[in-house]
Design a protein around this ligand. Structure first.
Ligand SMILES: NC(=O)c1ccc[n+]([C@@H]2O[C@H](COP(=O)([O-])OP(=O)(O)OC[C@H]3O[C@@H](n4cnc5c(N)ncnc54)[C@H](O)[C@@H]3O)[C@@H](O)[C@H]2O)c1
Ligand SMILES: [Zn+2]
Ligand SMILES: [Zn+2]
Length: 385
């Protein structure tokens, strides 16, 4: 971190998403200095999440190009703009796609982790002042930001409400996963649902998100933790994170539905179910497998554009609750540093989620990995080319 870059434009490598449906292209970009209330970060590592793939595929109606994707990243603060007090150059940080300003109606409500401060501009791929900090070196073309993070670049600029300093001893090539997948699942279990000892829990979909719900439920000493996945190889993974049972819904006896099976296994249904698939049919099954009178179903999965959920209203009339969870209900600036401490003390699993690693030049392979059943999370090292 030489002082010489402060206040100057940095030329570095980034994976550019030029258009939907095309692989990312590793090229040189220029990253402008941070303006007031902005932070420039040297991104050392990034995970690759389904939301990146969703936007890159072109089915995300809000996806805009050309852009620099990525939202599961860790790094070091290179420099800060005027008025930034929460982080300083040299700090180890995690980028936050769910900002926390601590001042807006949402932040002050004490009821949600959603923050309104940068929502509108973040969705448009620009900084809060409406402009961008990325330019393609060769053509001078402006490149859009993504989810307020853009971690598929060696350097990025984020709003100061979208970054949190964490213990520098935590290895960034692991804690980057706390920027999305691991935190989302774990938080959904311990914050959104607030699973209690003895509860019966079912988790639909054993990817990084679902497995992290399992670890949250196990930590809370849930009674049964049933993982439902169409891929049998996820049984072993589920058990590794603390699941007590595994059910493949495609292999049930003729005439038995997954809802019937779960209700039978738990004497009437579950205290909590979680959708970690993004499939709206699964969301319905998850709701209907809840115990009458008190069961709650938490939607975490992101459904394809235009999809809707349905059930008979009687399911809710008889006491089942349907809710959702974004970033696990976690307030990034307030709570993420504690998660990093928990990880360092061995109370929160993170390393176990990493199945694949790639240099920046292999980032497209990381996208291919995601479509294979054996990948939980792929981590990219931005400075290993
Ligand atoms: N709400 C949030 O803040 C948030 C954050 C991150 C990710 N997500 C979403 O969470 C979901 C899970 O993410 P992930 O990274 O773990 O995904 P993943 O693809 O790694 O895992 C999904 C799992 O679901 C299983 N599955 C697919 N269809 C199924 C079905 N019909 N029944 C049972 N299992 C089925 C797959 O075999 C796989 O194991 C995605 O939709 C992702 O977009 C939401
Ligand atoms: Zn994500
Ligand atoms: Zn706020």
């Amino acid at each position: 971190m030489s002082e010489s870059t402060v206040g100057k434009t940095i030329t570095c490598k980034a994976a550019i998403a030029w258009e939907a449906g095309k692989p990312l292209s590793i090229e040189e970009i220029e990253v402008l200095p941070p303006r007031a209330h902005e932070v420039r970060i040297k991104v050392t590592n990034t995970g690759v999440c389904h939301t990146d793939a969703y936007t890159l595929s072109g089915v995300d109606p809000e996806g805009a190009f050309p852009a620099i994707l990525g939202h599961e990243g860790a790094g070091i603060v290179e420099s800060v703009g005027e008025g930034v007090t929460s982080v300083k150059p040299g700090d180890s940080v995690i980028a936050l796609y769910t900002a926390e300003c601590k001042e807006c109606k949402f932040c002050k409500s004490g009821k949600t982790n959603l923050c309104g401060s940068v929502r509108a501009t973040q969705g448009k791929g620009v900084m809060p002042d409406g402009t961008v900090r990325f330019k393609h070196k060769e053509s001078g073309k402006e490149l859009l930001h993504f989810m307020g993070c853009s971690t598929f670049s060696q350097y990025t600029v984020v709003a100061d409400v979208s970054v949190v300093a964490v213990n520098p001893e935590a290895p960034k090539d692991r804690t980057c996963l706390l920027g999305c997948g691991v935190t989302t699942g774990y938080g959904a279990a311990v914050i959104t649902a607030n699973v209690q000892e003895g509860d019966n829990v079912a988790v639909f979909g054993a990817g990084a998100v679902g497995l992290s719900v399992v670890q949250g439920a196990a930590q809370r000493k849930a009674n049964k933790i049933i993982v439902v996945d169409i891929n049998d190889s996820k049984k072993e993974w589920a058990e590794k994170f603390g699941a007590t049972d595994f059910v493949n819904p495609t292999k049930l006896p003729e005439g038995q539905s997954i809802v019937d099976k779960l209700v039978e296994m738990t004497d009437g249904g579950l205290e909590f179910t979680f959708d970690c698939t993004g499939n709206v049919t699964v969301m319905r099954q998850a709701l209907e497998a809840c115990h009458k009178g008190w069961g709650q179903s938490i939607i975490i999965g992101v459904a394809a554009a235009g999809k809707e959920i349905s059930t008979r209203p009687f399911q809710l009339v008889t006491g089942r609750v349907w809710k959702g969870s974004a970033f696990g209900g976690v307030k990034g600036r307030t709570q993420l540093p504690g998660f990093v401490e928990d990880y360092l003390q061995g109370k929160l699993k993170v390393d176990e989620f990493i199945t694949h690693r790639h240099p920046l030049s292999g980032i497209n392979t990381a996208f291919e990995d995601m479509h294979k059943g054996d990948c939980i999370r792929a981590v990219v090292n931005l400075f290993d080319n």
